[in-house]
Design a protein around this ligand. Sequence first.
Ligand SMILES: Nc1ncnc2c1ncn2[C@@H]1O[C@H](COP(=O)(O)OP(=O)(O)O)[C@@H](O)[C@H]1O
Ligand SMILES: O=c1ccn([C@@H]2O[C@H](COP(=O)(O)OP(=O)(O)O)[C@@H](O)[C@H]2O)c(=O)[nH]1
Length: 254
Amino acid sequence: MPPFTHRKDPVNLRASIALFSHPPQCNPCQDFMETMAKDGAAQEATVTPNKDVSEDNLKGYTVIYVLGGPGSGKSTQCAKIATYFGFCHLSVGDLLEAEVETRSEYGKMIEDCKKEGKLVPSDLVVKLLQQAMQRSQNKKFVIDGFPRNEENRAAAESFMKIEPDFVLFLDCSEEEMKRRLLNRNQGRVDDNISTIQKRLKVYFECTLPVINYYSAEGNVRKIDAERSPEEVFEAIKDVFFELKEKHGETRMTL
Ligand SMILES: Nc1ncnc2c1ncn2[C@@H]1O[C@H](COP(=O)(O)OP(=O)(O)O)[C@@H](O)[C@H]1O
Ligand SMILES: O=c1ccn([C@@H]2O[C@H](COP(=O)(O)OP(=O)(O)O)[C@@H](O)[C@H]2O)c(=O)[nH]1
């Protein structure tokens, strides 16, 4: 399969990327990571995984990654998947927001990243995700909006030993994603046009390569996400049933 590019408006995409003069920030917040490494802060407080649960316990879980641009409908569809198929829905964006609310030492940095549309360092994201998975009673996870860049993907594989059963790619035009985000109206600090442009840039430059990585492994199911939420979910259900039939219970437990 040829690599995914932006589907409907490649000309617009090139134009919008050209608006940004700084280089892609697929490994952002470097200063913060260096500080964490120096003082061992990553081991502290709320993000310390439960010590009596080994990372090997994550093996044998069913994991589905749901990727797509900001506003492509990831959260909307993950909630439906969770309800219909009994998966645990883990939104990394929500885990980060919850971390901000605990007023931990990472709160300000997370808030700043979010306002700027930047990605939070992988160490922290992976720890939060690992902790949430270990605390869950469920063994089937639909993971919303992660991995966002190559560093995230590699960290999930090497530290958590997880690889997705498959990746759902919600394909939506830039124009529609912008329209949805500007109408989302949930008081998010990042749903303004300036931050939306930055998030889209990160998506095109950092997340699309991850989708293409999995696609090269034959592990991506692309969904036309520009239809109504109900129509999108019907297409997603077809993918789940088709894969269940193909792989049986051993590969994916529904
Ligand atoms: N298929 C759809 N058609 C129209 N609006 C949608 C659709 N899916 C989601 N939305 C709306 O678009 C906004 C962004 O959806 P959301 O699921 O939060 O996207 P993401 O998690 O990818 O950022 C929300 O206000 C949501 O209600
Ligand atoms: O793996 C992730 C997921 C989210 N974020 C941060 O959380 C923000 C919001 O992500 P969310 O998934 O909530 O929303 P989306 O941008 O997909 O609409 C992003 O812009 C990033 O700042 C991150 O750093 N890593």
